[in-house]
Design a protein around this ligand. Structure first.
Ligand code: PLP
Length: 497
């Protein structure tokens, strides 16, 4: 205790630190409050070391000679961004933990041009009066989703469900697809029953559960069928005077195989027409381009669903669409108009940044410029293109490694699969070529950790004692960075030994 007390006396006070010439220049650059905080944090750390008996007088003196460097480091850490770019080498195109869809550069440009100044977000430049924020993207969704084939056969006598006979498609934007489902259910079915197949009562990662969203919306869930088999007759038997909506939920992250049955969407459309009920589909991913072009056949596009006669489709903006986080509700104009008038819409609406990004991405779709949309471009990459880049990368790294006597990484090209991920069909995999890496002096997990702690961090997969890199999700402009990160790894490991 006594010894501690003496050591405490050696510590400078905050005021002494702040009066030093080193602190003065830091204060000039970063401001007094931040520098004071940093001094406080460093002093607290030293005090703690003294308290826990880590210091003798010599060690403390040594620590004190480095105190200004410690303050600078503390300041750098506390004033740097926590959210930062990473290299996604996992091959999971829509990786929810890594921010799902990277946004097109045209979207970034459009945000930069419109968000730092005033814009006509809700202002009609012709009339000089208040406008609507969704006009900016609705006009593009109309182009992408209005096909003269979208005909909604409905309602002659009206059972109070107001399903339109024939209608143009309109779209509104909310914060994410969870919000889209909530708003749609609340608008179309509050106080009534919604019929859903038991096999579709899904939980999407991050605790989005259909039964929970249903109860929050004020609608009553009416489950039909069994987990593996539901027939259209099961839906029909459950229909009663309280029924307000038929709901189909896309099984985004799991697959039921074997003895299964699920009604065709056309059967549900016919049932909805017969009973004059609206039919809603929670598509989840909501592709605007045809995945059959990349060999994935069981993932309907938004247009497929609307053309099949579904009245309302909900989907995410940052899944296969490849835009910013948002939830889209596309469907019969009058049903969508009701959702727009719902006061919940005001609570769930999105910012101008989202509209700017969405508008740019949708414009790329309208122009069929798929190359401009990173996720679509990645999904369309062929196995051989990826193999070519992988070979090139290995050649460059092993070149560098050869110059080091510590070179201990072994590289191999192996066949594998990329995942679309993020709530698209669970079976939606794409053939790819992986770089498999093993190190003689590091476990695969340690090697993956090294890559993660690099600047920028690189995220890989570990399988069967190897680190796997899938260049499908690495931007070509990041290949060079990856080469440098890999070239540094054996050196670092050597230094620590
Ligand atoms: C992903 C997904 C959601 C949730 O979408 P968010 O945009 O993440 O809120 C809801 N339903 C389905 C079927 C999904 O795949």
């Amino acid at each position: 205790m006594k010894a501690h007390a003496n050591l405490y006396r050696e510590l400078p006070s905050i005021d002494e630190l702040l009066r030093s010439s080193e602190a003065a220049s830091l204060i000039q650059d970063e401001g007094q409050p931040a520098v004071t905080d940093a001094c406080r944090a460093v002093l607290a750390r030293l005090r703690n070391e003294v308290a826990t008996g880590h210091f003798d007088p010599d060690k403390l003196r040594l620590a004190l000679t480095g105190i200004h460097a410690a303050i600078r480091a503390q300041l750098r850490q506390s004033l740097s961004y926590s959210l930062k770019p990473v290299i996604n080498a996992t091959g999971v195109v829509l990786h929810t933990n890594l921010g799902r869809a990277p946004i097109a550069s045209s979207a970034i440009d459009h945000i930069a041009a419109t968000a730092g100044v005033y814009s006509n977000l809700e202002f009609n430049l012709d009339s000089g009066e208040r406008g609507k924020r969704d006009v900016h993207v609705d006009r593009l969704f109309r182009k992408l989703l209005s096909s003269h084939d979208v005909v909604h056969t409905q309602s002659a006598d009206g059972r109070g469900t107001d399903v339109p006979a024939k209608s143009s498609v309109s779209t509104i934007v909310v914060n994410n697809n969870a919000a889209a489902v909530l708003l749609a259910l609340n608008t179309l079915a509050e106080g009534g029953e919604v019929i859903v197949s038991r096999g579709e009562l899904v939980e999407i990662g991050g605790s989005f559960r259909i039964p929970d969203v249903m109860s929050k919306s004020g609608a009553v869930l009416r489950e039909v069928g069994t987990t593996n088999r539901t027939r259209v007759a099961d839906y029909e038997r459950a229909i009663n005077e309280r029924t307000k909506l038929l709901l189909r939920v896309h099984r985004s992250n799991f697959e039921i195989s074997g003895f299964t049955e699920q009604p065709q969407i056309s059967e549900l459309v016919a049932l909805a027409a017969k009973h004059k009920l609206p039919l809603m589909e929670d598509l989840g991913s909501g592709a605007l381009f045809d995945l059959r072009t990349v060999g994935i056949s069981n993932e309907p596009t938004v247009l497929d669903s609307l053309q099949a006669g579904v009245h309302v489709v909900t989907y995410s903006g940052d899944k296969l669409l490849g835009g910013p986080q948002s939830g889209l509700i596309s469907g019969c104009a009058d049903l969508v108009q009701k959702m727009r008038s719902n006061s919940l819409f005001r609570a769930l609406r999105v910012d101008k940044l989202t509209y700017a990004a969405l508008e740019a991405v949708l414009l790329a779709y309208v122009k069929r410029d798929y190359n401009a949309i990173p996720t679509v471009r990645m999904v369309q990459l062929s196995k051989s293109e990826i193999a070519g880049r992988a070979e090139n990368l290995i050649a460059q790294v092993s070149g560098n490694v050869d110059q080091r006597t510590t070179g201990k990484l072994r590289f191999e090209l192996v066949d594998g699969e990329s995942l679309i991920g993020g709530g698209s069909a669970p079976s939606a995999v794409l053939p790819t070529t992986l770089i498999a890496i093993t190190a003689s002096d590091l476990s695969a997990n340690d090697l993956a950790a090294r890559l993660r702690s690099a600047t920028p961090p690189a995220i890989s997969r570990v399988e069967e004692g190897r680190v796997l890199l899938d260049l499908r999700t690495v931007f070509p402009s990041q290949d060079e960075t990856l080469v440098q990160l890999l070239a540094q790894i054996p050196g670092d490991s050597h230094r620590e030994e």
